[in-house]
Write a protein of this length. Structure first.
Length: 605
């Protein structure tokens, strides 16, 4: 290649031109934006000529162009390798700002957009002996009118800039631009994901790594990803650096490159250091099971309290991971695992996060007090409260719709319900209850979520009866059942009467016989979809709700209408007969309430 120095070379000494030509001999490591040595050399040459200098570096790390300009501007040549709207040129432009700042000028940004550089970087320094500072801009997205959107990063020291995993950044940028362009024509934008599960040590759980990764695939699909590959690795214990070991990481890096992977999801919670190491090695964004579930919750939260609780859980999860995200640019362009707080301000400091956490906890506490007031009002009314609990996608929302003739959102997907929903339930014996749908549980439910949603889940603690809904068509329904009990135990809810409801019996091959084997004391087998078993379920609910109550007949004089009205609020009125002496009322009431109405009790004839 000819060593030509372009631009304003007149008046420059020959030995300086020779040094400028020698820049073509420099080889940058592929995947690096700049080396410290190159930054120092550009600083020294700029000081020697007093003018801006620019160099082009291709993705192989080869210097392809050297230009010199004035003290304020350098003319940039067209790299001539642009391919389409969503492809970059394959060239990074590095240039110096003598006596300036390491921020991109308006001219720099315009050149980046026009020539579609991989990056536009500016170097500056305060003193000739100071290590240069560097800022760089990237085309990170396309507007609705297909115009380039530029984001600037830095400034970094030359040493910090040399450690940025620039190849990974470029791969992410081009996937974003490609997806943006393809989504304009297809109307779809899904991330391609690979999943990883680690089997290690003595597995005392009934869940195998294969079972768990299958569930992780459902979670990924719920979040909107396309699962391209699954990897299960066996080790005596997790690797402290790469979690799954260097060899497996190298295998997955090749797979990610071949399949155009956007995202790698780990089935276990990673340490912040492991996450950063894996992002550098694999060249894709890394999230773990906790981050994925938090993302789904952020997507599904609808109520004010739900949004506050999700944000609190995300910030608690993010706090130890905030360091280093700005440098790695791992959240560039958004996507799964980046919804909710922090998606636009990646470099927010820990103090501000802690302040926000304190504010959210205060707001949630106030909502908790308000809910306690409502709870006391319901307790005074003597209305029985029933809660649906169960593994996610067990059919709780569908069952609530069937029992209460409602139409709340219910889909065959994980975590379709996030915010509690309460409806009136009328039992066959005319007893009026409330039926509340709650968020589904899952094995290894992130402790951040359990803590953040504890106030909402108190509705379960306040319930008079729990309906534990189980998808009996699932091959691991016994393990899912135990996972629910584990979460209830973590919430310290161990003394509630529970009616176990085996749902989705319509999916069983021999569902009539299977339903009979599932039915025992305090259990019911139903299909919320077809309605099979619903009458028997209602009868069992009635019997369990009626436990601790007694049916009595009262004669309330017409002069005491206040007591008659009170009975409608505090008891289940089974019948009323208006007689000459007063209203003859047959009611069901808590035994502890009997002394209150002893004067009106009529003996059965």
């Amino acid at each position: 290649m000819d060593k030509i120095v372009y631009g304003k070379t007149e008046g420059i000494k020959k030995n300086i031109i020779t040094r400028l030509e020698s820049l073509y001999d420099i080889q940058v490591e592929p995947g690096q934006l700049i080396t410290k040595e190159l930054a120092l050399l550009l600083r020294d040459l700029t000081e020697a000529v007093g003018r801006e200098i620019s160099v082009y570096i291709d993705r192989k790390g080869t210097v392809t162009n050297v230009s010199i300009g004035s003290d304020r501007h350098v003319t940039l040549q067209d790299p001539g390798s642009r391919r389409s709207l969503w492809r970059l040129s394959g060239i990074a432009c590095l240039h110096t700002h003598p006596s300036g700042t390491a921020r991109l000028s308006g001219v720099d940004v315009a050149a980046l957009k026009d020539l579609r550089f991989d990056a536009m970087a500016a170097l500056a320094w305060a003193r000739p002996d100071q290590e240069p500072l560097l800022s760089f801009g990237l085309i990170t997205d396309l507007s609705d009118r297909q115009e380039a959107i530029v984001e600037e990063f830095g400034p970094y020291t030359a040493t910090e800039a040399s450690h940025i995993p620039f190849r990974n950044v470029l791969a992410t940028v081009e996937r974003i631009l490609g997806k943006k362009t393809r989504s304009e024509t297809t109307g779809e934008e899904q991330e391609r994901a690979m999943l990883v599960s680690l089997s290690w040590g003595e597995n005392k759980s009934r869940w195998t790594a294969e079972d768990s990764i299958d569930e992780l695939a459902q979670l990924a699909q719920t979040a909107g990803a396309v699962v391209v590959g699954k990897f299960v690795q066996s080790r005596p214990k997790p690797d402290p650096v790469f979690f799954i070991g260097r060899g497996k990481v190298e295998e997955m890096a090749l797979f990610a490159q071949q399949e155009g992977i956007d995202l790698c999801i780990f089935d276990d919670e990673l340490s912040p250091a492991q996450q950063r190491n894996l992002e550098r090695a694999l060249g894709v964004r890394i999230i773990d099971r906790t981050g994925l579930i938090l993302d789904i919750f952020a997507k599904r939260a609808k109520t004010s309290e739900g949004k506050l609780q999700v944000e609190l859980a995300q910030l608690q999860y993010m706090l130890p991971r905030i360091m280093g995200q700005g440098a790695s640019l791992s959240r560039l362009g958004g996507g799964i695992g980046t919804r909710g707080p922090g998606e636009t301000k990646l470099e927010v400091d820990r103090r501000r996060i802690r302040d926000r956490i304190s504010f959210l906890e205060d707001q949630i506490h106030k909502m908790k007090l308000s809910r306690k007031t409502q709870q006391r009002a319901r307790s005074r009314s003597q209305i029985r409260q029933i809660c649906l609990v169960g593994y996610t996608n067990a059919g709780k929302s569908s069952l609530l719709n069937r029992l209460t003739h409602s139409d709340i959102y219910a889909q065959d997907q994980l975590f379709a319900t996030l915010d509690p929903t309460t409806r009136k339930l009328e039992l066959p014996d005319n007893e009026i209850c409330t039926l509340t749908d709650t968020v589904g549980f899952i094995q290894r439910l992130p402790h951040h979520l359990v803590a953040a949603f504890k106030s909402t889940l108190e509705v379960v603690a306040d319930a008079d009866l729990l309906l534990h809904v189980i998808d009996c068509s699932h091959e691991m329904y016994r393990e899912q059942e135990q996972a629910v009990y584990d979460v209830l135990h973590e919430l310290q809810i161990t003394d509630k009467p529970i009616l176990t409801v085996y749902n989705k019996i319509d999916k069983l091959p021999d569902h009539a016989n299977m339903a009979a084997t599932l039915t025992r004391e305090n259990t019911a087998a139903v299909s919320a979809k077809t309605g099979e078993g619903i009458p028997a379920l209602l009868d069992k609910i009635s019997r369990m709700v009626a436990a601790g109550k007694e049916e009595i007949t009262l004669l309330i004089p017409y002069t005491d209408t206040k007591t008659a009205a009170e009975l409608h609020a505090r008891a289940a009125v089974l019948s009323e007969d208006y007689q000459a002496e007063g209203v003859l009322m047959k009611i069901r009431v808590d035994r502890q309430e009997l002394p209150r109405y002893e004067a009106y009790i009529q003996q059965e004839v």
